[in-house]
Design a protein around this ligand. Structure first.
Ligand code: 6R9
Length: 651
């Protein structure tokens, strides 16, 4: 359990020359919220602008007069900031270290100079293929260097990248391609994870047979495993054949600060994933500033974030933040438990990683394996540990600090979202004493508040819904193709404020403790999945009449997926059908969406107006049938008794 009084002071001797101190944090935070124009105007100088902005912010969260614009007359190119800018002083510094799935495969070290050349070659190739400013490019790649190259090459020519996680199914690829109207897809023959191949090109082929995807003219295929794939000419082209012969310089496109940089889809409480749109100047500034300050970045750090580039963490904290800062960023193709559960720690020793950033679900899974697989490695290079993706339970936090970090390394528990572009609430490691399970205090310029159901701002130590009352540069600007949905989703519940969808507690010291989603989104191993998406996948199956999905506490994944399914009349419940439905959901959405439990439901608990009462279903899934609360509004209370009787009981 969390003990709010458990305070872990900043380890003595942690601070280096650039470390932000407590006094520095307090002073700069105050300034950042009192005079955001001055604060962010100054911060913007960390980027290289082709035309320096004269205007800092132009923001209104009022739905009637809505706008979010930062540095609106500034011009820059994100790839220039991540590459060209470093060539003079750091051209030979390693930009990316690639560690393969199989530890016997030699790692790759790519210098800033080499990365620049690779990005320019692909950028030239894309231009030759007719891709230009504003065009959308879908990237469906494994964790290889080409993933970062592809993102930066798009940025170089002003194309908008849309990375689709390599674990997503053909249906999910097709939905995203259709929504953003991509002209080109960059993929690989196959991915490799934990010794198993992932049929990436075959998935793209299947996706492009689905409706709405005929905007795609070209598929570039990276030769990675060299497994056999079908090439459909002239649509499909080998990446090396098209790219390798290109010149290794490329004139960057001059972009306005508010020109789109990328679209990244994320689940919300409706069935259709939202294309979160980020723009160039504010996003890059925010990713780079938070990366430097939160990770206390130093020039000789080897920094490793274990996320996939298919998620926002990979965008901001493997590619854009670290490279804008001239850091060395490690790209890992594999998984934590292959070939053994020591893999993470072996990679840390092999590359002398000093900053390590991972997710609570990985920490919990490795914690189950005991201390020995950790203790047989040195980890002496580590100096800072980070956590992201979901609330970290205090037991996992302490294990991370004591066993992985040998009690030497501060932990930064970083709270943020796809929508926020970068970290909003987190300790700065030299400035803020930590408490296990708390993301602690807001970053510069971030103004969190807790509101009750009516939108009244609550003061002091309390609990409520987490909102952010003013803009920060990394904030998303729109839902691609549906600006009204952006306003409706985030700014209508509490007018004038950005609603995060998270619940949160604030303690006597002003520390924030995120309690989890308060909407119909389940956080499985740090991945967001909307219950509506799962339900629509289930009811697509010809035997399913109705489905309701809720989250339940899961030891490793944080939350698991619990589905209640009602079959059509005449269909029979069977173990085979249960397995078939799991396979069906995996193929509709992807493996991360596999239901943990499917309970057959002769009926679902509904109000008289026909609304499913999820509150009750959640309690049954949590195995807490004595906490169902008020069931008097149910149309047919006997439905609940049947579900309680047949519920899944852990252990
Ligand atoms: C970066 C990322 C966002 C949701 C967010 C919240 C949960 C992320 C957290 C955390 C508690 C943390 N979340 N970090 N909850 N403590 N340190 O994960 O983005 O995939 O969009 O998920 O994840 O619920 O609302 P995204």
């Amino acid at each position: 359990m969390s003990n709010p009084a458990e305070l872990h002071p900043v380890p003595s001797g942690f601070a280096g020359p650039g470390t932000i101190s407590r006094a520095g944090y307090e002073r700069d935070y105050a300034r950042s919220v009192q005079d955001p124009d001055a604060f962010w105007g100054e911060a913007a100088r960390r980027l290289q602008w082709d035309r320096a902005p004269t205007r800092v912010r132009n923001v209104s969260f009022d739905p009637a007069d809505f706008r979010i614009r930062w540095f609106e007359d500034g011009e820059l190119n994100a790839s220039v900031n991540c590459l060209d800018r470093h060539l003079a002083a750091r051209g030979d510094k390693t930009a990316l270290i690639w560690e393969a799935d199989d530890p016997a495969t030699a790692p790759l070290e790519v210098s800033y100079r080499e990365l620049h050349a690779r990005v320019c070659r692909l950028a030239n190739a894309l231009r030759n293929l007719g891709v230009g400013k504003g065009d959308r490019v879908t990237i469906y790649l494994p964790m290889i260097v080409e993933a970062a190259v592809a993102m930066l090459a798009c940025a170089r020519i002003g194309a908008v990248h849309c990375v689709v996680f390599g674990g997503f199914s053909p249906n999910s690829i097709a939905d995203r391609v259709a929504d953003c109207g991509s002209r080109l897809i960059i993929t690989a023959d196959e991915g490799l994870r934990g010794g198993k191949t992932v049929p990436l090109k075959a998935n793209v082929d299947a996706a492009l047979k689905l409706p709405g995807t005929n905007t795609v003219e070209t598929v570039l295929v990276v030769r990675h495993t060299r497994g056999a794939v079908d090439m459909q000419m002239p649509r499909d082209r080998w990446y090396d054949a098209v790219v390798d012969s290109q010149p290794d310089t490329c004139e960057p496109e001059r972009m306005n600060a508010e020109d789109p940089l990328f679209i990244l889809y994320t689940s919300g409480s409706t069935g259709k994933p939202k294309g979160v749109l980020h723009t160039t100047g504010g996003y890059l500034l925010y990713a780079s500033y938070t990366h430097e300050a939160v990770f206390d970045l130093r020039d000789d750090d080897v920094y490793w974030c274990t996320a996939d580039v298919g998620w926002v963490t990979g965008h901001s904290y493997i590619v854009y933040g670290p490279l804008a800062n001239g850091a060395t960023s490690l790209v890992f193709e594999g998984v934590p438990n292959y070939p053994s559960v020591s893999r993470f720690w072996e990679v840390i020793d092999r590359h002398r990683v000093s900053i390590f950033y991972t997710a609570p679900t990985a920490i919990r899974a490795l914690m189950r394996e005991g201390e020995a697989p950790v203790k047989k490695t040195s980890r002496a290079s580590l100096r800072l540990l980070g956590s992201v993706g979901e609330p970290i339970n205090p037991e996992a936090w302490r294990w991370y600090a004591d066993v992985v970090g040998d009690g030497r390394c501060p932990i930064v528990d970083t709270w943020w979202q796809t929508e926020t572009g970068g970290i909003l609430i987190s300790p700065l490691p030299g400035a803020i004493d930590t408490k296990p399970g708390s993301a602690t205090r807001p970053f510069f310029g971030v103004q969190p508040a807790l509101v009750d159901a009516n939108g009244t701002i609550l003061e002091g130590a309390t609990e409520g819904n987490l909102v952010i009352t003013d803009s920060w540069p990394g904030q998303m600007r729109s839902v691609y193709g549906d600006h009204q949905r952006f306003i409706d989703t985030y700014f209508k519940a509490y007018p004038g404020m950005y609603f995060t969808g998270d619940g949160c507690r604030r303690d006597e010291d002003g520390y924030y403790w995120i309690t989890g989603r308060v909407d119909d989104v389940i956080n499985v191993s740090g991945h967001r999945i909307g219950t509506a998406e799962l339900e629509s996948a289930l009811v697509l199956h010809p035997k399913v009449a109705e489905a309701a999905v809720v989250g339940f506490p899961h030891d490793i994944k944080g939350q698991g997926i619990y589905a209640y399914v009602t079959l059509k009349a005449g269909e029979d419940y069977s173990e085979d059908l249960r397995k078939e439905l799991v396979r069906h959901v995996r193929s509709e959405i992807g493996p991360t969406a596999s239901p943990d439990h499917i309970q057959w439901a002769p009926g679902l608990p509904k109000t008289r107006s026909g609304k499913i009462m999820r509150r009750i279903l959640r309690k049954i899934a949590e195995n807490a049938p004595d906490q169902l609360g008020d069931t008097s509004t149910l149309a047919d209370p006997s439905v609940v008794d049947a579900l309680v009787k047949d519920r899944f009981i852990p252990g």
